[in-house]
Design a protein around this ligand. Structure first.
Ligand code: ZN
Length: 214
């Protein structure tokens, strides 16, 4: 692994923060040049997309690239955005996640609705809230295992193994590979103990890349 070294000033670097952007250099993955701002989930994701482009990476030494990659990944993790998709390949999340999940908070400051909003997006969160509690059954709820059903689908969340299993089409074909929730998982989390749901979602978002969704 290449040692991470803070980038030096570049010829095409900026002398200061762009208008409307943070004045704290620590909010940039490349602080010396005020580039790749990572102060919101939206910007962190954009930074990841731009910095994945070969032409942009080539402006930096391998050590500087490692520094910028680390900063971007730390920001993505802080905001609960998955860094990688299944298989270890770096995600192009733009097509999968709504560009503007309206959350700029740290995970520890998020409410249950906000936590679910990150994993569901606005439309699916509304759908999850629209599922009648009578269609949700929580069969098992221990400190490490939650299981039950939502409509005809099964839900199993194992916090020890860090594994979520669910069998609807939306989850299997779209959501699982980006480690996101479908409306059923949202509805399930809304029916379990509130404090446990918050704890689980915070843990999940913090360690998203270590969880298996399938
Ligand atoms: Zn589902």
């Amino acid at each position: 692994m290449v040692r991470a070294v803070k980038p030096t000033r570049k010829r095409d670097g900026r002398a200061g923060p762009p208008e409307g952007y943070p004045k704290d250099p620590e909010k940039y993955a490349d602080p010396a040049n005020w580039k790749y701002p990572v102060h919101t989930p939206f910007h962190a994701r954009a930074a990841r997309r731009y910095f994945n482009k070969e032409g942009n990476r080539a402006k930096y030494s391998p050590e500087e690239q490692a520094f910028i990659d680390k900063r971007i990944n730390e920001a993505l993790e802080k905001f609960g955005v998955a860094v990688q998709v299944k298989g270890g390949e770096i995600t192009e999340e733009a097509g999968t996640i709504q560009a503007d999940v309206p959350i700029n908070k740290d995970i520890d400051a998020m409410s249950l609705d906000e936590l679910l909003g990150v994993l569901l997006g606005t439309n699916r969160l509304a759908s999850a809230e629209g599922i009648s509690p009578s269609l949700v059954s929580v069969d098992k709820a221990t400190a490490t295992l939650l299981s039950g059903t939502v409509k005809a689908y099964s839900v199993r969340i194992d916090t020890q193994e860090k594994r979520i299993e669910h069998d609807c089409v939306d989850f299997r074909t779209n959501r699982a590979k980006a480690r996101l929730f479908c409306k059923h998982l949202g509805a399930f989390l809304l029916q379990i103990d509130h404090a446990q749901a918050v704890r689980l979602l915070r843990e999940l978002l913090r360690e998203r890349d270590h969880w298996t969704f399938e």
